[in-house]
Design a protein around this ligand. Structure first.
Ligand code: GMT
Length: 375
């Protein structure tokens, strides 16, 4: 098939998932055309069957807000026509579903029928999409999609609760390449971070409010009271200055490393003992799944779709949102008990294998076939 993928090219989970999906589809022989305003972060090497089309947004003194949506729709039209696309798969509803709808209408006038599939990822529904400024367009464009997928049952249910959706939403879970994330022995790297054999706790996110990164630091502070430990903070975002202040207040600077945005996440995960994800909401928690593939147990909140992947006592532990004492107690109990830690590490890997990339990609391919047959 000739597939156009539209996503955010940045470090967000939806862009990562869309890029990994495109790479996997290309490996299976499909022609994949990425349409974004920047090279997606995980599209960092040459791949046969992958093409990249940059959306150019010309500026003009009249524009306080350059019309990105119009530029994106026009680029979609260009790629649909010139690359003979069979379908579009857009990730994150805003604004990709409405721009795909627009592109579909334009090419229809030229006699081309190109269906589009919208994958809902999380904040496009639970946070941004619900905002009444966007809600009518989000509702309309989801309903106009030829197929809709959500990355967890929770996100599907939240979508039905928040919007008047008249169509079926299929759940197709996030996936992981377990081979890429399989745990490696990296003694030099581990020693560089934890020279005296300290435990290593890890958090990866875009440091937005929804991630509750201050809770990560508070959980770590309690763990460090009980044992020597280091905290690795991967990523960057608006809450970072506030988190740095909190580390200073709690006198943790020596033991907290901000390592910024990292491409080699598998290495960071390989040297970690626990992954912390205390989010206010998480439709799925892709980073937690990648951690599990590297045999890193997950200490998380029980918000959103997290209970669908983090199984209490098997792959890690969950507590209510904001219960830093509970999360710290679970973290300490795990780190102090070698046998329990080994058992939960095995459980985490077993869970990651259930979401193996090879189990999930065929679900997207089957959906594409179904949509094309209906045209
Ligand atoms: O984590 C984010 O806020 C980024 C966001 C995105 O859409 O880029 O991630 C969402 O999509 C991921 C991939 O489907 C999910 O694994 C994340 O759980 C989800 N984030 C939230 O729901 C907060």
């Amino acid at each position: 098939m000739r597939i156009g993928i539209v996503c955010y090219p940045t470090y967000g989970g939806s862009g990562v998932l869309a890029t990994e999906l495109g790479k996997a589809l290309a490996d299976k022989g499909h022609m994949v055309h990425f349409i974004t305003y920047q090279q997606p972060v995980r599209l960092n090497a040459f791949h046969a069957n992958i093409y990249y089309h940059e959306v150019q947004v010309p500026t003009y003194p009249l524009f306080d807000f350059p019309p990105y949506e119009s530029a994106l729709s026009s680029t979609m039209v260009d790629v649909i026509i010139n690359q003979k696309l069979d379908l579009l798969h857009v990730h994150y509803a805003i604004p990709h579903a409405s721009t795909a709808y627009m592109a579909k209408q334009i090419v229809k006038k030229q006699g081309r029928t190109v269906p589009f599939i919208t994958t809902l990822h999380g904040t496009d529904i639970t946070l941004v999409g619900k905002d009444k400024t966007y809600a009518p367009v989000v509702t309309f464009s989801i309903n106009e999609s030829d197929a809709i997928t959500a990355v967890s049952e929770n996100l599907r249910d939240e979508t039905y609760k928040s919007f008047q959706i008249e169509k079926d939403i299929s759940v197709i879970y996030n996936f992981v390449d377990t081979q890429r994330f399989s745990r490696q022995e990296l003694p030099h790297f581990r020693k560089a971070i934890a020279p005296n054999g300290e435990k290593i706790l890890l958090h990866v996110s875009n440091f937005r409010k929804v991630k509750r990164v201050p809770d990560v630091v508070k959980v770590f502070a309690r763990v460090r009271e009980k044992m020597p430990a280091k905290l690795l903070l991967v990523g960057d975002g608006p809450d970072r200055p506030m988190i740095e202040c909190l580390c200073r207040e709690l006198n943790l600077c020596e033991d907290v490393r901000f390592v910024g945005k990292q491409e080699q996440l598998e290495d960071v995960m390989s040297i970690s003992d626990l992954f912390l994800l205390p989010s206010d909401y998480e439709s799925f928690g892709l980073a937690a799944l990648e951690a599990m593939a590297a045999q890193v147990p997950v200490i998380s909140s029980n918000a959103g779709g997290l209970p669908e992947i983090n199984i209490q006592g098997q792959t890690g532990y969950m507590s209510d949102v904001g219960d830093v004492d509970g999360m710290a107690a679970h973290a300490i109990a795990l780190l102090e008990d070698e046998a329990l830690l080994a058992k939960v590490r095995k459980g985490a890997l077993a869970q990651a294998l259930r979401f193996h990339i090879d189990n999930i990609i065929p679900q997207y391919e089957a959906l594409y076939e179904e949509v094309l047959q209906k045209q």
